[in-house]
Write a protein that binds this ligand. Sequence first.
Ligand SMILES: C[S@@+](CC[C@H](N)C(=O)[O-])C[C@H]1O[C@@H](n2cnc3c(N)ncnc32)[C@H](O)[C@@H]1O
Length: 230
Amino acid sequence: MVALPDFSTAFYTRNAQRYAEVSHSFLQSMYVRSSHPGLRGDYDLMQRMQDLVPEGARGLDAGCGAGARDVFMYMHRGYDIYGVDVVEENVEEACRLHPEIAGKVSLADLRFPLPLPDASFDFILCNAVIQHIIPEVALGITLPDFARLLDRGGVLQLMFKIGKGITTVHDKDYGVDRAFQLYPEDQVIAVLERLNLTLVPTEANNLGGIMYFTDPKGSDHCVLFAKKNS
Ligand SMILES: C[S@@+](CC[C@H](N)C(=O)[O-])C[C@H]1O[C@@H](n2cnc3c(N)ncnc32)[C@H](O)[C@@H]1O
């Protein structure tokens, strides 16, 4: 196997428990600036996805994070959701915090295609994960695999840090510097279009189109919903 660069996943190994506390408290999940009046934090994205896919839909939280907060929340709202993460401690923390999702979270590395059949899911969440993966792999393997795994009409929610190259950010909640891969949004959108995924537009005041926000650490992100064409 080829050794691939690692953008600070070791951080999660060391901080799984604390990360889960921060994530569950929504401490870093409120945005300080946003391009859409209806987008104030993670919670708004969750609400919008629940408008786009019906209760009972099959979901994947790709890179679910320590504690798998969103797997837990979607499950309690009636979704058939699973989570994967590359860090063992993150999955263990999810099972410790929420024993009821123990059978729904597992270890997997999104730098490789997941060993699951085509069209396994009606929605995929991938929030702040490709920042840990080099562009060649994220755009050439991870996103194409999401397109394969989505059923027709299925929706991808993709959030990533915008820019070029790699940035280093000081995370005051943990007192450490962390490195992240940035992505130009036009490049990501062009890849999604080639994969037959179309941006969900803004309708009325609903979340849609290309949305931007700045997180409490000052990092600029893009987030979008893209639907797999029938
Ligand atoms: C910033 S956290 C985001 C967690 C969660 N998606 C959220 O929004 O709270 C990034 C997560 O991506 C996971 N991750 C990084 N590289 C990965 C990979 N190659 N495969 C699967 N998960 C990965 C990390 O372990 C970490 O849990």
